[in-house]
Structure formats: structure tokens, C-alpha cells
Design a protein. Structure first.
Ligand SMILES: [Zn+2]
Length: 545
């Protein structure tokens, strides 16, 4: 008994010593609860971007930052960074047709055959340009892969497959895991960089891992973009149905399945088709501003406090849909992502009260327009030079189920950085097992806000619970996750409930606090590992400072 008591005492002292190097208040789960309860309430109307609820949320977060004593880190001495955006909706006057060199043209049917958006944000544009099949449209020097082989896409229409070359080899496009090259966002960006006027992504359900209805629903309405900033954009960023693609290449006497086989080879070369896209794209254009909310704690070491550990979480959600009946028309977004906001607010409070302050600075950012395609964080990532401090690591929080105390943590992407040994060490202190990405082929790394920071060269990853919770087995965690995805995720039913248990969210905040303490005091900054797809971006970023 006595020996066991001694042992327990030692464990307690050990943990306390680790956690209490700096003097700081404890993360409080009840405070996280209060934030989630308010942010997910009817009053906030689902925190829609460019809606009253989204503005209320931003104002609330800024007021909390101020009450904790965080310093404004936005523009003109405020907590806000204005994010200029434009809503673009393709309207009914649009026509979209395929014109073969010989034979009859084919008019395509909006939503059934194709979806398209004018990323160039013009009210009207005419396209009459030849179509070129470019395989996957990937140029990836680190895998010695180049689908373009010097072919000039200027003024042309790129036709390509979503996803990336089929591979089981972990050293080739990361095997089964999806790299950024496989994402549709990459396809539009890369072809626009190469001067294409339009891009047609061939939808294959098996490759996209979602059906045409998902494409149709998410592209049918208004899409939001950052205001044009010189980044090349397409006049027609489009998806076409697989059967339409089959018809299209058929006009050139080619076979879609054979083209797919050809696209698996390093020797693939672009194939110009004797078919043009003739389109008249008409859009309604609607400029507006949204806001990121930024607060900071100045670091104590003048040699290092120009650098900062950044914490991010998106505060926006889908807002209110006034075309639907009252009572079922608010997308409350309690888990997604009032939980992440509650966590970074608590982190802000605790960091502001930490004495002495860490060597490096701490920057807390609640970002907007994540649900529109990571736009608020993209703007933040593109404008780090305007921030009062330079982020050296981003820890992101997105959608952390308030269902108890986790025994696992997910930190996908951390293993690609020099910071990983520290993550492993801290996880051990917290008795957390690191859970690997459960579905690497889905490319989740590229679908949350940390990616916006990662791609500009800042080591970045999300911190979230795994599947194993205290008092339950892994199957229970998986069943909870499935229940959430099936019944609440991105639906009005993602509501706050008094039965929610925020101890796990608090634990994840404490974990992030401990990581932040390390990152803020280590002599060296975290780096993307050699050969990583973001290594070059980091070199550029550090060289440019
Ligand atoms: Zn979401």
C-alpha cells in the first residue's frame, strides 16, 4: 500500500512538474461548453458567412479575446482581418457545348451533364477553344511525373481525370494515400497556372469517392471565392459526367477506358482532340467582406518573439436557410466547429494568463469561410507578411466530438515535420496513443484549415481525438463517429446538448497548450521534412522573410 502510495505520489509530482513549468490557469471544460452553447444557439443563426450570425460570432470572439487581455493582431489595431470575397453563381442563360471538327455539335445540360463556375468572376464570358486530354493533369517533380511534357495549355481547355496515378508503392504518390495532386482543387489551380481558359474534370465516382449528386449539389448554387489577387483562374472550372466524357472522346474516335490506361504511364503525353468547347457563361457576381479574428500574446524573448505558434479554428458554418421552414433551417454547427472555437478561446485565455510568457509569441486565429473551401485560412496564409508576428507552426482544431476523454489523438501531417518527435513525447506524457489516418485515400489533410498554412510552408496539422475513449472500446468510438456523420454532420441537427461532455475537448486543448509551450521555447523552428511536398514552400517562405 505504502509503496503504491509513493509511486502514485511520484507520478502526480512528475505530471505536475511537466504541466506547471510556466504558471498558467487550467483549461476549463465548462468554459468551452459555454462558448459552444452560445455559438451554436439559435441567436447565432448557424454563423453563416456574410450573414448576421457570422458577424455576431466574429464580434463575440473578438470581445472574448479582449477580455482575456490578448492583443489585437488584425488590421489597424483591431482584432479583425478583412477577407475580401466574391460570390459567383452560374445562371440559366449559360450554354455549354461540344463542337467536333466534323459532325454535329452537342449541347450539354446544366447540372445533369456538367457544372461550371467562372473563377475569373466576370458577368459574362465567351469560350471557343480546343480541348486537350492531359491525363491526370499532374506535374510532380518529386515523383518524376509530368503529364504536360512541355505542352502549352494557353487559351486551351484541359480535360482530365480526378485523383492520381494508381499505386500501392508508398514512395510513389504515397501509395494508397491521396496527395494534394489528386484533389480537384489542385487540378483547377495547376491548369490555370498553365494558362488554360477552362478545365473539365471527368467525374468517376470510384475515383472521386463521392457520387455526381455531391458535385451537383455543391456546385449548383452560389460559390464563394477570394477576391481576385493575381492568382491565375479559369473562366470555366467544370466537372463533366463520365458518360459525357465518353461521348466527347468518342467524337475524336477515342475510347475513355483506354485513355485512362494511358494516363497511368510516366510516358503519357497530352492528346489534343479535334473537339472544341463552345460556351457562353453568365454569372451573377456579388462582392462582400468577411472577417478573420486574430489575437496574440507577445513572447518574452526579443530575439524570438517575432515568431509565433499559431492556433486556428474556423468559426463559420452554413448559416440559416430562409427558404426552409423555421425550426429546421439553422445549421447550428455545434460540433462543426463551435467546439474548435471553444478550444482556441480557452487556449487564448490561458496563454494570456501564462506567466512568464513563452519565448516566442502566441497567435490565435478564428477563421472564416472554411465551409466555402478553406477561404479564410487561405487568405491568412497568403498574408502572413502583414501579421505582427510570423507563424512557425499551426495547430488547428476542427470538429472535436464532445463525448468524453480520449485515449487517442490524431495529428495527421505532424509525422511529415521535424516537430514529430516532440508530438510523440507530449502524447506519451498525456497517455495518448497517436492514431494514424484511418482513410488516407480520402485526403483529409487537404480538407481542413491547417492545409492553407501548410501549403505556404508553415508546418501545420489538426489536433483531434481518435476513436478510443476512456471507458469504451474503439468500436464504440467508431459507432459514435458514424452516428454523427449519418445524422448530424453538416445538417441542422448538429446542435448543442446539455449532455455533451467537454472534458475531452479540454484535454485536446491542454495537449495543444503543451505542444505550443515546446514549439514556443525550442531553439529551432519546426520544418517540413526533406522531400515533403511543402518543403520548397517553406524554403521560399523563410528566404523571403
Ligand atoms: Zn464542416
Amino acid at each position: 500500500m505504502r509503496r503504491l502510495g509513493m509511486l502514485l505520489a511520484m507520478v502526480v509530482v512528475g505530471t505536475a512538474a511537466l504541466a506547471q513549468k510556466a504558471n498558467a490557469p487550467k483549461i476549463d471544460p465548462q468554459r468551452i461548453r459555454a462558448h459552444v452553447k452560445y455559438l451554436a444557439s439559435d441567436e447565432l443563426e448557424g454563423r453563416g458567412m456574410n450573414q448576421k450570425g457570422g458577424d455576431l460570432a466574429a464580434d463575440y470572439i473578438a470581445a472574448q479575446f479582449k477580455s482575456y487581455g490578448l492583443k489585437p493582431a488584425g488590421e489597424n489595431g483591431t482584432y479583425f482581418q478583412q477577407v475580401p470575397m466574391v460570390g459567383v453563381k452560374t445562371v440559366a442563360d449559360t450554354t455549354f457545348g461540344l463542337v467536333p471538327a466534323s459532325g454535329a455539335p452537342v449541347e450539354l445540360k446544366a447540372l445533369d451533364d456538367y457544372v461550371t463556375t467562372d473563377e475569373q468572376q466576370k458577368e459574362s464570358v465567351e469560350i471557343n477553344a480546343p480541348i486537350v486530354f492531359v491525363g491526370y493533369g499532374i506535374s510532380a517533380p518529386e515523383y518524376q511525373w509530368d503529364d504536360y511534357k512541355g505542352y502549352d495549355l494557353k487559351g486551351k481547355v484541359a480535360l482530365l481525370f480526378v485523383n492520381e496515378p494508381v499505386s500501392e508503392d508508398p514512395n510513389f504518390f504515397k501509395g494508397k494515400a491521396l496527395t494534394y495532386y489528386g484533389r480537384w482543387t489542385y487540378k483547377f489551380e495547376e491548369t490555370a497556372r498553365r494558362g488554360a481558359i477552362a478545365t473539365l474534370i471527368i467525374h468517376r465516382e470510384d475515383l472521386a469517392s463521392y457520387p455526381w449528386t455531391v458535385v451537383r449539389n455543391s456546385w449548383g448554387g452560389e460559390k464563394s471565392f477570394l477576391k481576385l489577387d493575381g492568382t491565375p483562374k479559369l473562366a470555366a472550372a467544370s466537372w463533366i459526367q463520365q458518360e459525357v466524357a465518353r461521348k466527347l472522346v468518342g467524337m475524336a474516335g477515342l475510347d475513355l477506358d483506354k485513355l485512362f490506361q494511358q494516363a497511368q504511364s510516366r510516358d503519357f503525353k497530352p492528346i489534343p482532340l479535334p473537339v472544341s468547347l463552345r460556351a457562353h457563361i453568365v454569372s451573377s457576381i456579388h462582392p462582400f467582406n468577411s472577417r478573420n479574428v486574430l489575437g496574440m500574446v507577445r513572447g518574452s524573448n526579443p530575439a524570438r518573439n517575432g515568431e509565433a505558434v499559431l492556433y486556428t479554428a474556423h468559426y463559420d458554418h452554413f448559416g440559416i436557410d430562409k427558404s426552409k421552414p423555421r425550426g429546421a433551417n439553422i445549421f447550428h454547427g455545434a460540433a462543426d466547429n463551435a467546439t474548435g472555437c471553444g478550444i482556441i478561446l480557452e487556449l487564448g485565455r490561458v496563454w494570456a494568463a501564462t506567466k512568464p510568457a513563452a519565448a516566442r509569441s502566441i497567435l490565435i486565429a478564428a477563421v472564416t469561410a472554411e465551409e466555402q473551401g478553406l477561404l479564410g485560412s487561405e487568405y491568412l496564409g497568403k498574408h502572413t507578411a502583414q501579421l505582427p508576428v510570423r507563424p512557425i507552426l499551426d495547430l488547428n482544431y476542427d470538429d472535436l466530438p464532445p463525448i468524453g476523454i480520449p485515449e487517442e489523438v490524431e495529428v495527421v501531417g505532424a509525422e511529415r515535420t521535424s516537430f514529430y518527435p516532440i508530438v510523440e513525447e507530449v502524447a506519451k506524457e498525456f497517455h495518448l496513443t497517436i492514431r494514424p489516418d484511418s482513410r488516407p485515400e480520402a485526403g483529409h489533410y487537404y480538407r481542413s484549415d491547417h492545409f492553407s498554412l501548410g501549403r505556404v510552408g508553415i508546418p501545420a496539422f489538426s489536433v483531434s481525438e481518435g476513436m478510443k475513449y476512456q471507458g469504451h472500446d474503439t468500436a464504440w468510438g467508431q459507432a459514435e463517429a458514424k452516428e454523427y456523420v449519418d445524422n448530424r454532420y453538416h445538417q441542422p441537427t448538429d446542435v448543442y446538448e446539455p449532455s455533451m461532455d467537454f472534458r475531452g475537448d479540454a484535454f485536446m486543448a491542454e495537449f495543444g497548450y503543451a505542444l505550443g509551450q515546446k514549439a514556443a521555447s525550442e531553439p529551432t523552428i519546426p520544418m517540413w521534412l526533406k522531400g515533403d511536398e511543402f518543403e520548397a514552400a517553406q524554403k521560399k517562405l523563410l528566404g523571403a522573410k
